[in-house]
Write a protein that binds this ligand. Sequence first.
Ligand code: PLP
Length: 415
Amino acid sequence: MTTNSIFPQLEIPDTLAAGPGPGNTDERVLQAFTNAGMADHMQPDVLRGMVECKFMLRSLFGTNNTYTFGVAGTGWSGLDCMFSAVMPGDTVVAFANGTFSGIDALTLNMKAATANELMVDSLNPKAASVVVIEVPHGQSVTGEMVEAALAEYKPKWAFMAHWETGSGRINDIRGFSDACERHGAMGLIDAVSSLGVENFAIDDYPGIAGWASCPQKGVLCLPLTYAPVSFTDQYIETLKASGCRTFVHHPIMEARHWGIVDGADVEKGTYHRTHSGYAVAAFHEALRITLQEGLAKRAANYVYHEAALSEAVTAMGCEVTSNMTSLVVLNLPDDMAGREMELVQACRAEGFGIWPTLSAPVQVRIGILNQLTRASITDIVNRFAEAMNKMGADLDLTAVNDRLDTYYSKSLAAE
Ligand SMILES: *Cc1c(COP(=O)(O)O)cnc(C)c1O
């Protein structure tokens, strides 16, 4: 490779994104992205689009929190913004039950570490003020666990993932919020996987001060756009009092471009950083699609189709250990145990994008983001069954499809 190499134009194939996320972006979102004109970040329609997105986000999140907006980037960008209020020496209790809440706990250790603690092991600091409660992979965080830990440590902040995508587990958000209220902790939630998939309203959880999600899972807006965040007035007051060490992810400053200034909505935003009209148009359309369909209906569709996939893979001899409705996490049948990576790689080589778990134990993850039709689920099941057969599983594809047919005709009859 020389320094003046020019490569052929990059071509990226169309694949079926059937993993934990991203999900296949909706055609309407891509249209909105490519149809947007070139306009700068202070052009009136771009600013209006951002303000409209802010109002639509409040509907999607089910909140009156004024500080509800999008952080440019992916899930970690929104989470970093949310965690920015955590200052060195702050007391934190974090619950980790998989890859993502594990990384969230790492972030919290980085934010809460003192300068000396950070120097001891800068890539994996252990802040004395942070307690991480490790919950085994495959288990959910329960309200009892949160209650016990908050009663013991009485932290300033408590953290949990709503849905832990690494292990496919739903954690007890009600128990978490209630315990935060009882013990005076400000709750922080990683809602990267649940927003747009489950029907919940954040104002029903008053113990939680901060929420962060992502654009490319339940909201289906991969063209690098905005990670939704929402903060209560208490969070903002706390942040204002302590300050934080970031400009770009400062929740109060970032909100200004979305038309939130001094705790109130203003007609148009003021400069914080450059925003892309393409991204604003795509995100705006993604929010419109979700709200037009209705969160309750979408959530019910996820439940309905996840059950079909789950039943089919169970009939194929797999053991499902997850309870999320957008994702199935499974163990292969005993005689194929240990061949998870081989199977996932074979599927991915054919454009069928399923995933392994990213932390131990090795399991297979199959997601259904934006695949909410009988035809899509049937396609996913058949691709998976065929890949297992290529590895010698000897599954009867007709029986598998009969099973799916029975599920769908029975459920339709019940409607
Ligand atoms: C996907 C995910 C993240 C990371 O989001 P990115 O968009 O990859 O930055 C964090 N937390 C959870 C629970 C996730 O599912």
